[in-house]
Design a protein around this ligand. Sequence first.
Ligand code: AHR
Length: 333
Amino acid sequence: MARTTLTRSVLAAVSAAALFTLGACASDAGSGTGGGGGGGADDGVITLGFSQVGAESGWRAANTKSIQDTLTADNGFDLKFSDAQQKQENQIQAIRSYITQGVDVIAFSPVVETGWDAVLQEAKDAGIPVILTDRAVDSEDESLYESFIGSDFVKEGQMAGEWVVDQYDGEGYKVVELQGTTGAAPAIDRKEGFESAIEGSDLEIIDSQTGNFTRAEGKTVMEGFLNKHDDIDLVYAHNDDMGLGAIEAIEAAGMTPGEDIKIVTVDAVKDGMQALVDGKINYIVECNPLLGPDLAEIAKKVVAGEEVEKRIVVEDQAFDQEAAKEALPTREY
Ligand code: AHR
């Protein structure tokens, strides 16, 4: 089976109560500037406030590790890290807290695409540059952020759809789709890319619902699909975790995942790759979570006042079973 291999071309005041709440889900992963935040990087240390989406998936855990392992004191950073638990209001609160603290730069992975203009304008008014990682924002004003580092999610969906068409067009396959978080860039774009790739084929998406990028919700939604439809041929899951949840539901229903019902996912984290090797998943399009090094490089340039690329695309591979067997032993995540 053909395998695609590509390389990287890649003020608002906040109340004391809000700060207290934020502290409940935030950790200061750095050292260096001594507590109170950055403000100008005069000491050579860059204080970076990072608002993470959450801990919803294996991909997210690998992404967090990459950021925390790279933005270290040894590498010139004081990282302030907070987990938004998949809630936009928590991310907005975190960003406002970083503005109040006067960090040197803010980075975040937006849980959903829309609703960021006001808080980004607050950061801009405070003179604090913002870097987007992993997910884009849907804003007409590109001056609200310096750079966006992440994969091309439309292309990921297309790669998944092209493989499915290549394998199964002509067999009248009925497809169910496990979507990522509603309103999130990867959910919107992976759907769009997949649909465009299967257009004109005889594959039909008979049902599509969000599983919120989690294994548990992927399982629950798949159980619903199995109760509702007795003719499912293939699951297209927007990430490995939901595909792994679907495997559990399919097995519990007495069927064999990968055979009775084919499964195609996105991410290529270790658990997903193992399921591919085991024949329970049929194909995986990678989404590389190792964004820490690019973020560090861009943050240093932004703080130094250097020009940076507005869009840095992280290129991804795709894996069939043979490719997964080869890659899994040395897989970093
Ligand atoms: O934004 C990247 C997506 O978010 C990953 O594919 C998914 O696993 C994560 O939750």
